[in-house]
Design a protein around this ligand. Structure first.
Ligand SMILES: [Zn+2]
Length: 341
């Protein structure tokens, strides 16, 4: 769910009558008085609130105009505080800006608005179905976090205080998410851990190509410095296969492997030729994970949108002076990683 940049309407007088009784869902009411309430808003100072009495259960209740609740702030002021905060303003600056519009909102209230904003996002995404999900670890404010982003719309599904190095915790988290959101495919970095997990959870797996190209490029460059010259052509072939991604690339890599003398051995000391063997085998074995996106247009070939969410999160985290609680921190990260639309 994104944070919508359009603010709610606030109506001074609500003309329509309530639809049902909040206690018994009865549908007929008597008017039972009227009050004028002061509200915190940039444009209006008071609203009219009507009381009604339910003819079924005889209880009375207040009926608020659109954009107003029992809280002092109007809905749009709450939204404005959340938007200002995700743009990077401190609570003190939000207080200053709103005071320019004649609204006195304490730092505590805007802090609560951000917390409530996170709760709202969480409620809406809790059971959302998401077929293709980007998963990545990040380090923010001295804490390892795991982030899952719905790659259908680019919006974060979950942020958890888990260090990516804690495999067991990452697995439990991913398993829960898979069940809750009905995930079919995840997009990740090229870490061995995700290969094991996707196999165990029977998930489709796409490895982000930015990462693959980066590490394969580095490995080839490094081997290029040390390999006997007669084998350098293989590095060129590897680069081409990784760029063109032919459907039978896995097989082509295996053929290259077979042309090397000797075979794979688990020796302590690896020669450059051994390293080349391992590289070819690894790429060939994981070929399907590099090319899952060919079979399904809903799968992106990079984990770009997850990285963007992490980028927004880190940008905001840089200027936050510190969170008092872990849940406060996760709420802040969730609000700031959610795109504004
Ligand atoms: Zn009633």
């Amino acid at each position: 769910m994104s944070i919508v940049l359009q603010l709610s309407q606030v109506k001074r007088n609500k003309l329509e009558r309530p639809k049902e009784c909040p206690y018994c869902r009865g549908e007929t009411f008597q008017r039972w008085g009227r009050q004028t309430r002061r509200v915190k808003d940039s444009q209006i100072r008071t609203v009219r609130v009507f009381r009604y009495r339910c003819t079924t259960c005889r209880r009375t209740f207040r009926h608020y105009p659109e954009g107003v609740t029992h809280a002092q702030q109007t809905e749009r002021m709450k939204q404005l505080a959340v938007i200002c905060w995700s743009f990077g303003l401190s609570y003190r600056k939000i207080e200053m800006i709103l005071s320019a519009f004649g609204v006195s909102l304490s730092r505590m209230s805007s802090w609560r608005d951000v917390q409530a904003g996170a709760e709202g996002i969480r409620r809406r995404t809790q059971w959302k179905s998401a077929r293709v999900v980007g998963v990545d670890g990040a380090w923010v404010n001295g804490q390892g976090v795991m982030v899952a982003v719905d790659l259908g719309d680019g919006e974060p599904l979950a942020i958890a205080a888990i260090d990516e190095k804690d495999m067991a915790a990452v697995f439990r988290w991913l398993k829960g998410l898979t069940q809750r959101h009905g995930i079919g495919v995840i997009v990740t970095d090229d870490l061995a851990m995700y290969r094991t997990m996707t196999d165990k959870l029977e998930l489709g797996h796409q490895v982000c190509h930015f990462h693959v190209r980066r590490w394969v490029g580095r490995a080839c460059w490094d081997l290029g410095q040390r390999l006997p010259e007669e084998w350098l052509w293989i590095l060129d072939r590897i680069k081409h296969i990784m760029e063109d991604l032919p459907p039978d690339g896995g097989k082509q890599l295996l053929e290259l492997y077979k042309q090397l003398p000797g075979h794979l051995k688990m020796a302590q000391e690896r020669t450059p030729l051994d390293e080349l063997r391992f590289l070819l085998i690894r790429l060939s074995e994981n070929w399907e994970r590099y090319t899952t996106f060919f079979h399904d247009p809903g799968i992106p070939w990079t984990n770009n949108r997850t990285e963007q969410a992490i980028g927004r999160m880190k940008m905001r985290a840089r200027t936050v002076r510190g969170y008092k609680t872990r849940s406060g921190m996760l709420n802040g990260l969730l609000v700031s990683s959610t795109p504004l639309t």
